[in-house]
Design a binder for this molecule. Structure first.
Ligand SMILES: *Cc1c(COP(=O)(O)O)cnc(C)c1O
Length: 374
């Protein structure tokens, strides 16, 4: 049996008629940049996350940059980010000329560990970026308390967490500015590059709209430096169709996660993802950890074994940010963030997408058991 890590084709087939018509409409109207399809999507996406404004942009990375840029973060400033995240989280700070300051993750939820954030704060710190990694919200109440205490901005990187909830409230409206990615493989994926920034702040929303489009308040009137970070009309149209199914697809991911947990719970050698009491996890990824002193070796062998048996897996992320060459100037070294490093060497992401069938989940689980029995 072949089990792909992700299958975007099966989802496209299920919505083909609607998506094709929506794309054709954009072309018929030659509304290629922003326009009605993007404006409609922005409105609905903001509503889905209980946020006042949504600014559609050209990628999640651009959203990360816009969020920090719109808050006036500049060279000399420091921005606290988790060491355990995708690299684009860090670009928000670096593209503003600021310094990303890394903090280890919590061993239960793999997100920014609030206990360790406080020690990383200096007089130069301007913001904390909470990443809701793998689809589980970071501990927002604790992070907000720290941010308020030190007068810092709290930003969310919700690229992996569309519709996730923290204490019953949707992510994206829980901070000053929140960025989302619609990279095709994300929980809500465009048919190309796209992203968004959510905010509840009127002035910040205006600022974000200006920066997205050359710093202009109206056509050819440029109030500040800016960039071209606009969302394409076709992406707005595709996202508009797909947003209607996102609740259903999120439940699909949660079904897959529950099934894995049921079938894998008796393997002592692995640690399954924990859904925190405050969280509604949306399982962008289902990351297990291999226990034991030779965890890395076992993880690598397990990945190979699964691959030989037709099961595709992933590593998220094999080299933590503080160990990336691009950040060698920050002077971090191995051992600085043990929880993150442990996850990088012993974590393994199993196939996860809403349409993953029970028999395939069963097959993956049997192969895992087979590996650990031998
Ligand atoms: C995917 C991702 C991004 C970047 O999004 P793109 O749309 O690919 O630019 C940023 N942060 C995190 C945590 C991500 O997973």
């Amino acid at each position: 049996m072949q089990v792909p890590f992700l299958d975007l084709k099966v989802q496209y087939q299920s919505i083909k008629t609607d998506v094709d018509a929506a794309i054709q409409k954009v072309i018929d109207n030659t509304a290629f940049i922003l326009g009605e399809s993007v404006a409609n999507f922005e409105q609905n996406f903001a509503k889905a996350h209980n946020a006042k404004y949504c600014i559609g942009v050209s990628s999640g990375t651009d959203g990360n940059h816009l969020a920090t840029w719109s808050l006036g973060i500049k060279p000399g400033d420091e921005v606290i980010i988790p060491a355990n995240t995708f690299i684009a989280t860090a670009w928000g700070a670096t593209l503003c000329g600021a310094t990303p300051i890394m903090v280890d993750c919590h061993p239960d939820n793999y997100n920014l560990d609030p206990e360790k954030v406080e020690a990383a704060i200096t007089p130069k710190t301007k913001a904390i970026v909470a990443v809701h990694l793998y689809g589980q919200p970071a501990d927002m109440d604790k992070l907000r308390e720290i941010a308020n205490q030190h007068n810092l901005f709290l930003i969310e990187d919700a690229a992996q967490a569309h519709l996730a909830e923290y204490n019953g409230e949707k992510v994206g409206g829980l901070s000053t500015a929140a960025s989302f990615s619609f990279y095709p493989g994300k929980n809500l994926g465009a048919y190309g590059e796209a992203g968004a920034v959510l905010t509840n702040d009127d002035q910040l929303a205006n600022n974000l709209k200006m920066l997205r489009e050359h710093g202009q308040s109206e056509k050819y009137c440029h109030q500040s430096f800016g960039h071209n970070y606009r969302m394409e009309g076709i992406q707005g149209a595709v996202l508009g169709v797909k947003l209607k199914y996102l609740d259903k697809w999120t439940e699909g991911r949660r079904r897959v996660a529950a099934k894995y947990k049921e079938l894998l719970s008796d393997i002592d050698t692995i640690r399954l993802p924990i859904e925190m009491p405050y969280a509604k996890h949306v399982y962008h990824l289902f990351v297990i950890q291999v226990n034991g002193s030779n965890g890395k070796d076992t993880r690598d062998k397990l990945q190979k074994f699964l691959g030989e048996n037709g099961v595709a897996t992933g590593l998220h992320y094999p080299i933590p940010l503080h160990q990336q060459n691009c950040f060698s100037y920050l002077g971090y070294k191995e051992g600085d963030f043990p929880v993150t490093e442990q996850l990088a060497t012993t974590g393994l992401s199993l196939p996860m997408f809403p349409e993953l069938s029970d028999d395939k989940i069963q097959y993956v689980s049997e192969k895992l058991k087979e590996f650990f029995v031998n």
